[in-house]
Design a protein around this ligand. Sequence first.
Ligand code: HEC
Length: 110
Amino acid sequence: MSVNKTKKSPAIKGVCLSIGLSLTMFSGISSAATDQDLLNMCMACHGKDGSSEFTSIPNLKWQNAAYMVQQLEQFKSGQRQDKTMTKVANLLTTEQMKAMADHFNKGKEE
Ligand code: HEC
């Protein structure tokens, strides 16, 4: 599959914009957000089963679950930094990180 960068970048801007909005929404109600709400947000960027359509977003499908939890902990603690993932990880409890990691590790569609 050939990657057409000029075609992809507006699409990713759209995704980031809408996610940015939902992040703002989530930050107010983070304690009430269900695992499914959180998972939907992850899927918007990382793909339904964790295989991302965007070259700038890593695939999570079949990744080691313990590795993913560790990365999320590091985003949250500031040890690893990314504008988006730091915000996302701040919304997650360790339990939720495990649930998300387990989901993408299995690579299922939902
Ligand atoms: C707005 C888009 C976006 C959303 C939403 C998002 N991510 Fe990410 N994620 C990224 C990007 C971009 C990176 C790469 C960051 C970097 O370069 O360090 C990343 C990196 C990661 C990594 C590290 C992968 C690796 O190979 O090291 C994990 C794990 C991860 N995300 C999990 C999640 C989970 C779980 C959620 C939902 C709770 C989520 N992400 C939501 C964009 C997103």
